[in-house]
Design a protein around this ligand. Structure first.
Ligand SMILES: Nc1ncnc2c1ncn2[C@@H]1O[C@H](COP(=O)(O)OP(=O)(O)O)[C@@H](O)[C@H]1O
Ligand SMILES: N[C@@H](CCC(=O)OP(=O)(O)O)C(=O)O
Length: 359
C-alpha cells in the first residue's frame, strides 16, 4: 500500500552524506537527489533539510587540533556549505530541477511574524517547483543560539509547512529496542502517540559525525507526530529508501500521526524556548484542560502567577507539583491575571485555540 503523503520533508544526517573517513559520499548524495526527483514526478512536494556543511568543510581544509572548537566549526561550515550547495545544485540540474539554499537560525522561529515571513518564502519556492535545501546557519549559530541538531530544525520546518510527513534518514534502520549493534535487537516499526519512554532502550551514543543522537530524534518525532505529521526514521544508505518507505517496503520506524493541529498550535508547540511567563493551575483546571473536551484556561483555575508576562506572550502552565502541563498565548498581561486569580466569570487567560498541552 502507498502512504499517501503530498508534502514531505526529508532530513538527511551528516553520516548518510559522508563515507567512513569523513569525506563526502558523492554517490550517496547523487542517489538521494535521484530519489527526490523520482518522487517529485509523482506530484509530491519535497523539502530537504540537509546536514553536511561541516563534513564538506573538513574535506577542504585541515586545521590544527589546537584551534578553538567553535571557531573550527564556523570555519568548516562556512567553506563547506558552499561546496555542499554547489554539489546539490549540479545534481538537481542533472534532473532538470532547481534547488534553493535556505540557511536559518533558532532566532528565525522566535516571533510569529518572522515565522510567517519565512513560510511565505517556502510557499513561493514550492509553488515554483524549486527544492528548498535547508541547513542551520552554522556560521552565526553558536552555543545557546544553536538548534540541538538538524533533527530539531527538520521538525520545526515540517510544522511550519504543515507537511504530511517527515522522513529522517540516518545510518540505522530505525529505532531499535536495544543496542542497534546487538543482533538480538529489532526495529520498532510502529510507535503509538502515547508512548514516550524512549530512554528505556536508546543509548546516548551518537553516530561518528552526528550531533543530537537518537534520543533527540525520538522526542522530536513524538512531538511532531502529536501535531498530526507522520514521522519516519529510516536508513539513508538503503537503496531507494524513500520510495520504499512510501510503499511500506522497507523496515523503518513510523510515529503515527495524531489529529492535525492548526498552524498556530504548531507554532506554540515549538515555542518552548521563548516562554516568558509561568502560571500555576489547580487540579480542577488540569483535569478540564486534559479532558477530551476543548477547554480554555479560566482564572478560576489559577493558583498564582509565578513569572510575569505581557499580553500575547507565550506562557507555561504548571500544576501544583511543578509539572509542566502546556504552553499557550496569554490573552492579557500578568498584572490583570493576578487581579483575577481564583475568580469566577472572567475572560479566559489562554483560549483553547492557542493552547498546546505537553502532558
Ligand atoms: N535504540 C537505538 N536505536 C537506533 N539507534 C540508536 C539507538 N540507541 C542509540 N542509537 C544511535 O543513534 C545514532 C543515530 O543518531 P545520530 O548520531 O544523531 O545520527 P544522524 O547523523 O543521522 O543524525 C545511531 O548511529 C546509533 O548509534
Ligand atoms: N549543520 C551541521 C549539521 C549538524 C547536525 O545536526 O548534524 P546531524 O546530526 O548529522 O544531522 C552541518 O551542516 O554540518
Amino acid at each position: 500500500m502507498d502512504l499517501n503523503y503530498k508534502r514531505i520533508v526529508i532530513k538527511v544526517g551528516s553520516n548518510v552524506l559522508t563515507q567512513a573517513n569523513g569525506l563526502p559520499d558523492l554517490h550517496r548524495i547523487e542517489h538521494l537527489v535521484e530519489q527526490i526527483a523520482a518522487i517529485k514526478k509523482q506530484n509530491k512536494e519535497v523539502i530537504l533539510v540537509s546536514s553536511g556543511a561541516v563534513a564538506f568543510g573538513r574535506s577542504l581544509l585541515s586545521v590544527s587540533d589546537k584551534c578553538d572548537a567553535v571557531a573550527t566549526r564556523q570555519l568548516f561550515a562556512s567553506i563547506g556549505q558552499v561546496k555542499l550547495i554547489n554539489t546539490y545544485s549540479d545534481l538537481f540540474k542533472k534532473q532538470n530541477l532547481v534547488c534553493a539554499q535556505v540557511l536559518v537560525t533558532k532566532e528565525d522561529f522566535r516571533d510569529r511574524l518572522h515565522y510567517l515571513n519565512m513560510k511565505n518564502c517556502f510557499d513561493i519556492l514550492i509553488q515554483h517547483n524549486v527544492v528548498p535545501v535547508i541547513n542551520e546557519n552554522d556560521v552565526i549559530s553558536v552555543t545557546e543560539l544553536m538548534f540541538t541538531d538538524n533533527d530539531e530544525l527538520a521538525g520545526l520546518i515540517a510544522s511550519l509547512l504543515n507537511a504530511d510527513a517527515l522522513i529522517i534518514l540516518s545510518n540505522v534502520d530505525g529505532i531499535f529496542n536495544g543496542d542497534p549493534k546487538n543482533p538480538d535487537s529489532k526495529v520498532i516499526e510502529h510507535i503509538d502517540p502515547d508512548f514516550n519512554n524512549f530512554s528505556e532502550f536508546i543509548s546516548a551514543k551518537k553516530s561518528q559525525f552526528g550531533r543530537g543522537g537518537m534520543i533527540t530524534k525520538s522526542s522530536m518525532a513524538h512531538k511532531i507526530s502529536g501535531l498530526g505529521i507522520a514521522v519516519h526514521i529510516a536508513n539513508g544508505s538503503t537503496e531507494n529508501v524513500i520510495a520504499k518507505v512510501l510503499k511500506e517496503k522497507v523496515i523503518n520506524t513510523r510515529f503515527a500521526p495524531q489529529k492535525i493541529a492548526s498552524g498556530k498550535k504548531k507554532w506554540i508547540a515549538n515555542s518552548e524556548n521563548y516562554v516568558t511567563g509561568v502560571v500555576r493551575i489547580n487540579d480542577g483546571a488540569k483535569l478540564a484542560l486534559t479532558s477530551s473536551k476543548a477547554s480554555s484556561l479560566l482564572p478560576v483555575g489559577l493558583i498564582g502567577i509565578e513569572k510575569d508576562f505581557k499580553k500575547g506572550d507565550i506562557i507555561r502552565l504548571i500544576d501544583q507539583d511543578n509539572l509542566a502541563i502546556g504552553l499557550g498565548i496569554a490573552e492579557y498581561n500578568s498584572e490583570k491575571a493576578k487581579e483575577r486569580v481564583g475568580l469566577k466569570n472572567q475572560k479566559a487567560l489562554v483560549h483553547y485555540d492557542y493552547l498546546f498541552l505537553t502532558h
